[in-house]
Design a protein around this ligand. Structure first.
Ligand code: ADP
Ligand code: XUL
Length: 543
C-alpha cells in the first residue's frame, strides 16, 4: 500500500465528546470525557481565589442567617472556565452533548426581558458583561441559608403538618428549600419578584446560558423546593399558591432529567466553535448528578465530603418520606427515587479546625488524627459552626468520657479526632435511621474534596464497618453530568428510553478499594454510635 493514500484513514471518524459542568458552592468545575466516557480534560474556577472582586468567602456572602452568592459571579466564572478549557487544547467542535449540575436549592431571578438578551448574545463579548443586568435579584439565595423559618412553619401548618408535606414533596419544610426562599423575596422585595419573568434553580440557570433560552427545571432538582409533587412530578398548586402568585408561569413545567432540550446557543457556536448540533441535556442538582457519576445502584450508599457532606442512596419502589432527610426523584431512572441526608458543617468546619490546630496543613491535620486512637480516649465533639440541617443545632459541644460537657480539650489532636469522629458518627446514626445497616459486607462509595484524605477515610471505614471505594476523579458530580449528557443524547437518538445503568454497563468508571474496617475499631464505634445518638438527643432537648 506504500505511496497509495489510505482514504479511510484520512477521513478520521468524528469524535464524540461530552462536557459535564458543576456550579458548586466554592467553584465552577468541568470535565470532558471521550466516547468511552474516559476523562480527557478537567478545569475549575475557584470563586474566592479567581474572582476576588466579588468578595465571597467559601463562594458565599453571609448576612446573619441569610446566605447568598452574587449571581453574576457564576456567569463570570463560566467565561473564565471556557477560556481555561480552550487552553487545555480542547476542540469544542468535538463535543456532542453538554449537561451539568448546580448546588441544590439556590435560586436565580431573571428580570423581565432577560430571555431576549440570552437569545441574542454578542459572541465577541464576555457573557458577564452582557448578562450583568439580567437578574432582578442580584444575590441568589443558596442552600446554606437558614433565614426562612416562619415561611416553613406556615407551609407545614397549612398543609396539615410536616409529615403531610413530606409525603407530598419528599421533605418536610426546610429553610433552604426554594419555595420558602421565593416566599421571602416576595415579602421583602415584592417589586423585584414582580419584575422577574423566570425563576431558575442554579442548575437550570446554567443550562439556560448554554441553551440561549430559559431551561425548565428537572424533576430531581425540583424535588428540593417543597413545591413538586414527587409522585405526579407536577408542581403542587397549593404549595405554589402558598409561596407566591403566578409562580407556575415563572417556573415552567418540570421535565424528566434525561431530556435533550435542544442545540447549543449560537453564542457558543460562534465564540468557541461548538458544532451547532451539540445538544444540551437538562441540568440537575449536584447530589443527583453525583449519584449518576458513581453509577450507584440499589443497595449502595454514597457519601460526599464536599462543602456540604451528604449521604445518599438509590431508592426502589414507592417512596416513604420521613421527617428526617429528603426523597428526591431519581435523576437517571424516571420510576425510581433517591434518599439524601445533608450536613451543612462539612469541609468548611474541618478546614477551620485544620487552620487553628494544624497550621493550615492537611498533612499536619492527618498526623494529629493518626496519633490519637479510635474512640479518642472517650472524648466526643459536635461542631456545628453554622446551624446544622441534620439535626437542627448550632454551636460547639464537647464531652469528656463521663458525658460531662467541657469547654475545651487539652490537646490539639483530641480536637482534630473529635471533629472527624463526630461528623462521621452523625452520618452513621442518621443513615441508620433511614434504614441503612452497617456491616463487613457493606460498601461505601466516597466522593468530594475530602475523599482525597485517606486518614479521614480510614475513620469512615471503621465507623461504618464498611469497605470504602473511591473513583479516579473525586468529582463525581461533573463526571455524572458528562455521563448524563451522553445518556440523554443516546435516548434522543434511539427514540426510546435506555436504562442508565444498562447504558453505562461497559463504560462504568473504575472504583478502587481504599480502606477496609479494622475489627477492633469497628466494634468500638458500634457502642460509640449509640452513645453519640444519646448525646445528640440530649443537646437537642436542652436547646
Ligand atoms: P464543592 O463541590 O462543594 O465546592 P468539593 O467537593 O470540591 O466542594 O470540596 C472542596 C473541599 O475539599 C474544600 O473545602 C477542602 O476543605 C476539601 N479538601 C480538599 N483536599 C482535602 C484534603 N486533603 N483533606 C480534607 N479535605 C480536603
Ligand atoms: C443538598 C444540599 C447541598 C447542596 C450543595 O440538599 O443542600 O448538598 O446541594 O452541595
Amino acid at each position: 500500500m506504500s505511496g497509495v493514500p489510505d482514504i479511510l484513514a484520512e477521513v478520521a471518524p468524528r469524535r464524540s465528546y461530552f462536557l459535564g459542568l458543576d456550579f458548586s458552592t466554592q467553584q465552577l468545575k468541568a470535565v470532558v470525557v471521550d466516547e468511552k466516557l474516559k476523562v480527557l480534560h478537567e478545569a475549575a474556577v475557584n470563586f474566592d481565589r479567581n474572582l476576588p472582586e466579588y468578595r465571597t468567602n467559601g463562594g458565599v456572602k453571609k448576612n446573619g442567617s441569610s446566605i447568598t452568592a452574587p449571581t453574576v459571579m457564576w456567569v463570570k466564572a463560566l467565561d473564565l472556565l471556557m477560556d481555561q478549557l480552550k487552553i487545555t487544547g480542547l476542540d469544542f467542535q468535538d463535543i456532542s452533548a453538554i449537561s451539568g449540575a448546580g448546588q441544590q436549592h439556590g435560586s436565580v431571578y431573571w428580570r423581565k426581558g432577560a430571555e431576549k438578551v440570552l437569545s441574542t448574545l454578542d459572541p465577541t463579548k464576555f457573557l458577564f458583561l452582557q448578562l450583568a443586568n439580567c437578574f432582578s435579584v442580584q444575590d441568589s439565595p443558596v442552600w446554606m441559608d437558614s433565614s426562612t423559618q416562619s415561611y416553613c412553619e406556615t407551609m407545614e401548618k397549612k398543609l396539615g403538618g410536616p409529615q403531610k408535606l413530606a409525603d407530598l414533596t419528599g421533605s418536610r419544610a426546610y429553610e433552604r428549600f426554594t419555595g420558602h426562599q421565593i416566599a421571602k423575596i416576595l415579602t421583602e422585595k415584592a417589586e423585584l419578584y414582580f419584575n422577574t419573568e423566570r425563576i431558575s434553580l442554579v442548575s437550570s440557570f446554567g443550562c439556560s446560558i448554554f441553551l440561549g433560552s430559559y431551561s425548565p427545571i428537572d424533576w430531581s432538582d425540583a424535588s428540593g423546593m417543597n413545591l413538586l409533587d414527587i409522585n405526579s412530578k407536577e408542581w403542587d398548586s397549593q404549595c405554589l399558591h402558598m409561596c407566591a402568585p403566578d409562580l407556575k408561569e415563572k417556573l415552567d413545567k418540570p421535565v424528566v432529567a434525561h431530556t435533550c432540550l435542544g442545540p447549543i446557543s449560537s453564542y457558543f457556536v460562534e465564540r468557541y466553535s461548538f458544532d451547532p448540533s451539540c445538544q444540551v441535556v437538562a441540568f440537575t442538582g449536584d447530589n443527583p448528578a453525583s449519584l449518576a457519576g458513581m453509577c450507584l445502584e440499589a443497595g449502595d450508599i454514597a457519601i460526599s465530603l464536599g462543602t456540604s457532606d451528604t449521604v445518599f442512596l438509590w431508592l426502589s419502589g414507592n417512596p416513604t418520606p420521613s421527617l428526617e432527610g429528603h426523597v428526591f426523584c431519581n435523576p437517571v431512572d424516571p420510576q425510581a427515587y433517591m434518599a439524601l441526608l445533608c450536613f451543612k458543617n462539612g469541609s468548611l468546619t474541618r478546614e477551620r479546625i485544620r487552620n487553628v490546630y494544624a497550621n493550615r496543613s492537611w498533612d499536619q491535620f492527618d498526623a494529629l488524627l493518626n496519633c490519637t486512637p479510635p474512640g479518642n480516649y472517650g472524648y466526643v465533639g459536635m461542631f456545628f459552626d453554622e446551624q446544622e440541617i441534620t439535626p437542627k443545632i448550632q454551636g460547639t459541644f464537647r464531652f469528656d468520657p463521663s458525658d460531662q460537657r467541657i469547654d475545651a480539650f487539652e490537646e490539639a489532636a483530641t480536637e482534630v479526632r473529635a471533629v472527624i469522629e463526630g461528623q462521621l458518627l452523625a452520618k452513621r446514626v442518621h443513615a441508620e435511621r433511614l434504614g441503612f445497616r452497617t456491616g463487613e459486607s457493606c460498601r461505601v462509595f466516597v466522593t468530594g474534596g475530602a475523599s482525597n484524605n485517606k486518614s479521614i477515610l480510614q475513620v469512615l471505614s471503621d465507623v461504618f464497618n464498611a469497605h470504602i471505594y473511591t473513583q479516579d476523579t473525586t468529582n463525581s458530580t461533573c463526571l455524572g453530568s458528562a455521563y448524563r449528557a451522553a445518556h440523554g443524547l443516546a435516548v434522543k437518538q434511539s427514540d426510546a428510553f435506555i436504562p442508565f445503568n444498562e447504558f453505562m454497563a461497559d463504560r462504568r468508571p473504575n472504583f478502587t478499594l481504599l480502606c477496609s474496617p479494622r475489627v477492633e475499631a469497628a466494634k468500638l464505634y458500634d457502642s460509640m454510635a449509640a452513645r453519640y445518638a444519646t448525646l445528640e438527643s440530649s443537646v437537642l432537648t436542652q436547646l
